[in-house]
Write a protein that binds this ligand. Structure first.
Ligand SMILES: Nc1ncnc2c1ncn2[C@@H]1O[C@H](COP(=O)(O)OP(=O)(O)OP(=O)(O)O)[C@@H](O)[C@H]1O
Ligand SMILES: [Mg+2]
Length: 274
C-alpha cells in the first residue's frame, strides 16, 4: 500500500441518518462550535430533522451554546439524546458536567465517539452535524475511519495563521478520503455599529481564495458580530434570531445543496426529505 493511504475500512451507515456533516478546522477558537450549532439550528428551521453530536470530548461547548444541561436517559442499551431548539443533542458535557476535566487516552476517546455515533437513539435524521475538536488528532481519525461522513466543513478566519491550519485540515480530509462539503470564512468582517463602516478585523477573502486554490467549494462568509458571541454564551443561537439569522440560513442552504451533490456522487444511500 502506498504511504499515507489509509486502509479502506468499511464504513457502516448509521441507521436512520441520511447525512453526516463534520465541522472541523486546523486551528482552535475559529468558530467551529458556533458554526455547528447555528448550522444545526438553521437546518432545523428550514424543516429538516437534525441532530448535533459534540465530538469535542475534552472541551464540550455545545451544552452552553444550545442552552441545555441535563443528564440523558437510557432506554435499554440506547442513550436518548436531549432536545433543544428543534435539534437532538449529545455531548460529553451532559455526562461530565462542571469544570472537572476528563483525562483520557486515545482508546477511551475512540470508544466514546463510537457510543455517541451508534449507541445514541438518533432516530430518523436528515442531518447529523458533528462538532469536531480543533486539529487533526485521535477524535477526527476515529470518526473518519468508521463513520460514512457525507462531507466536512472546514472553518477558518481570514487571517493567515488560521488559513495555514485550515489548509492542513483540508489535506487531512483529502488524505483519509472524506469529501469536503466546503470552507466557511468566519469572523469575515465587522460592521461598525456606529458608522456602519465595514472593518476587516482579521483581513478578508482568504477563505474564498484558499478554497479556490485548493479546489474545494466555498460555502459562506459569516460576520464578526457581538450578537453571535452573546447568542453562544446565553444558549440562544443567533440563527434563531429574527433579522440576524440570514447568513446562517444561507450557509444551511449551501450546505444542503452540497450534501445533495456529494450524496449523488457517493451513491443511492442518501435521500434528503423536504
Ligand atoms: N462570527 C462570530 N462573531 C463573534 N463571535 C464569534 C463568532 N464566531 C465565534 N465567536 C466566538 O468566539 C469564541 C470561539 O468560538 P467557538 O467556541 O465556536 O470556536 P471553536 O473553533 O469551536 O473553538 P475550539 O477550537 O476551542 O473548539 C466563542 O466565544 C464564540 O462565541
Ligand atoms: Mg469548539
Amino acid at each position: 500500500m502506498a504511504p499515507n493511504q489509509p486502509a479502506a475500512v468499511p464504513k457502516v451507515p448509521i441507521a436512520g441518518v441520511k447525512n453526516l456533516i463534520a465541522v472541523g478546522s486546523g486551528k482552535g477558537g475559529v468558530g467551529k462550535t458556533t458554526v455547528a450549532v447555528n448550522l444545526a439550528v438553521a437546518l432545523a428551521s428550514l424543516g429538516y430533522k437534525v441532530g448535533l453530536m459534540d465530538a469535542d470530548v475534552y472541551g464540550p461547548n455545545v451544552p452552553l451554546m444550545m442552552g441545555i444541561n441535563q443528564t440523558p436517559m437510557a432506554h435499554g442499551e440506547r442513550i436518548q439524546p436531549l432536545g433543544k431548539h428543534g435539534v437532538k443533542l449529545m455531548s460529553m458535557g451532559f455526562l461530565n458536567p462542571g469544570d472537572k476535566p476528563l483525562v483520557w487516552r486515545g482508546p477511551m476517546l475512540h470508544s466514546v465517539i463510537q457510543q455517541f455515533l451508534r449507541g445514541v437513539d438518533w432516530g430518523e435524521l436528515d442531518f447529523l452535524v458533528i462538532d469536531l475538536p480543533p486539529g487533526t488528532g485521535d477524535v477526527q481519525l476515529s470518526l473518519i475511519q468508521t463513520a460514512p461522513i457525507t462531507g466536512a466543513i472546514v472553518v477558518t478566519t481570514p487571517s493567515d495563521v488560521s488559513l495555514e491550519d485550515a489548509r492542513k485540515a483540508v489535506h487531512m480530509f483529502h488524505q483519509v478520503k472524506v469529501p469536503i462539503l466546503g470552507m466557511v470564512e468566519n469572523m469575515s468582517y465587522l460592521s461598525c455599529p456606529h458608522c456602519h463602516e465595514r472593518i476587516d478585523v482579521f483581513s478578508h477573502g482568504g477563505g474564498r481564495r484558499t478554497a479556490e486554490a485548493m479546489q474545494v467549494h466555498f460555502l459562506a462568509e459569516l460576520p464578526l458580530d457581538p450578537q453571535v458571541r452573546i447568542g453562544g454564551d446565553t444558549g440562544n443561537p443567533i440563527a434563531l434570531q429574527k433579522g440576524e439569522a440570514e447568513p446562517f440560513l444561507q450557509l444551511a442552504r449551501s450546505a444542503v445543496a452540497r450534501a445533495e451533490e456529494l450524496s449523488k456522487e457517493q451513491g443511492p444511500k442518501i435521500e434528503i426529505s423536504d
